[in-house]
Ligand binder design. Structure first.
Ligand code: GLY
Length: 414
């Protein structure tokens, strides 16, 4: 059983070698490093496919970037120029959301609602209007559902918008969820399906035998694993045991959010994106005003200037936020890869997978990542083409890495 997965290292290696190519029939679980939304969603889906799963989380599961997030499911708004791989993945994941939430309700007993009321990207002057016109044209070229609104059309749809609104683009298919209810439901589903969650446990290294992952080392124990998945968000690049040149190149990207408390007068139905800010009504009575995007390393200090600017920009778009009470100012660290696209799939090391680097899109891409990676781990293939997100775009070839690992044969096992 799971308790027996903590063994002296010699036993760990022997066990894994015996069962080297598959977790089928193995007594060892799949170990996921990281209990954010990606690790939880993947772990839960693997349990649904009758795999044993242990998640090891450095803090409390789901309380880092997945918690301090806005819950937007917004491929139509967020797609940048020349980001069509992200767009396709985002659209696919958004399409999978209803099934994902239905399965989650069955397994957790908790309903997490999909709010599909759409998004407005708004403009307040000629400069903004020209900017959103380019966004509109690009989305039209891609054949996405998008409409151009005059300022008064936009205010008809969303009366809380500023009277200064000069125009908007309407993205009817972008949606949102309550990300906090979602991660709590995932935790519940994971537990009810028999998953083992070790919180407040730091994985210091991934254990390799030759060029194969066979377990992980935590602060105080060794866990053997049939497979290891590195899903540790912005900490994914810091794990030991794997040669640094093939660790996922992931960095923290600081995001500050302000949560306001809705009062009985306040009405906002849609997600609003305005220059430098978004304003999002949540089903738990909060209004999120977010988010900064700062390269500040692992600094999680809330700071006055960016928060002041964000609130001012938010107030320009939706003036009625002015009187709302502040619930919290919070800081999350998004996992940004070198090219800001996710890293999903097999690593150059056998039995080691990566599911990280989701940057601004962890909540959106959770279903796609969980379903596709579960297929890959369980069946060896996935119907969704993960090639654009392959780790190989950053690293040396498997052959080169294999040679390097062979050279340092004893290095990880001594
Ligand atoms: N997904 C929005 C953000 O990261 O701010």
């Amino acid at each position: 059983m799971f308790a027996s997965t903590t063994t002296p290292f010699d036993d760990v290696s022997t066990h894994a070698v015996t069962d080297k190519h598959s977790d089928n029939g193995s007594r060892d679980p799949i170990v996921i490093v990281g209990g954010g939304i990606i690790g939880l969603a993947l772990g839960w889906q693997l349990l649904r496919r009758r795999k044993r799963v242990t998640i090891v989380e450095r803090d409390r599961a789901g309380r880092a970037a997945s918690w301090i997030a806005a819950g937007m499911l917004a491929p139509h708004s967020e797609v940048g120029f020349e980001e069509e791989d992200f767009l396709q993945a985002g659209l696919q994941s958004l399409k999978q959301y209803p099934r994902f939430l239905d399965e989650l309700e069955q397994d957790s007993g908790r309903k997490v609602s999909l709010d599909s009321r759409g998004t407005l990207i708004v403009a307040f002057n000629r400069d903004d209007s020209e900017r959103i016109r380019r966004l509109y044209d690009f989305r039209q070229q891609l054949g996405l559902p998008v409409e151009w609104f005059t300022g008064s059309d936009a205010i008809d749809v969303e009366p809380s918008l500023s009277a200064k609104t000069t125009g908007a683009i309407w993205l009817p298919d972008d949606s949102q969820v309550n990300n906090r209810s979602l991660v709590d439901a995932l935790k519940e589903a994971f537990a009810r399906r028999g998953g083992v969650l070790r919180e407040n446990t730091n994985v210091t290294s991934i254990l390799l035998l030759e060029d194969r992952a066979i377990g992980v080392k935590t602060n105080d124990e060794l866990l053997s694993a049939s497979r290891v998945v590195l899903a540790a968000g912005c900490w994914s690049g810091q794990i030991g045991g794997v040669p640094t040149e093939i660790l996922p190149p992931v960095r923290p990207v600081k995001g500050q959010l302000v949560s306001l408390c809705m009062d009985s007068e306040f009405k906002l139905a849609h997600v609003i994106r305005a220059p430098d800010v978004y304003i999002i009504p949540k089903d738990d009575g909060r209004v999120i005003v977010g988010a900064t995007q700062e390269e500040m390393g692992f600094d999680t200090t809330p700071t006055a200037g960016p928060v002041m600017r964000m609130l001012e920009r938010g107030w320009e778009a939706v003036p009625s936020i002015y009187d709302l009470a502040i619930d919290a100012i919070e800081v999350g660290l998004r996992p940004g890869s070198r090219d800001n696209a996710p890293i999903i799939g097999a690593s150059p090391i056998e039995n080691l997978y990566y599911a990280t680097g989701h940057f601004r899109h962890g909540i959106l891409l959770a279903p796609l990542t969980a379903y596709a990676l579960t297929d890959l781990i369980v069946e060896g293939v996935t119907s969704y083409d993960l090639k654009p997100f392959a780790t190989s775009r950053f690293f040396a070839t498997k052959k080169t890495v294999g040679k390097r690992l062979a050279r340092q044969d004893q290095w990880n096992c001594s």
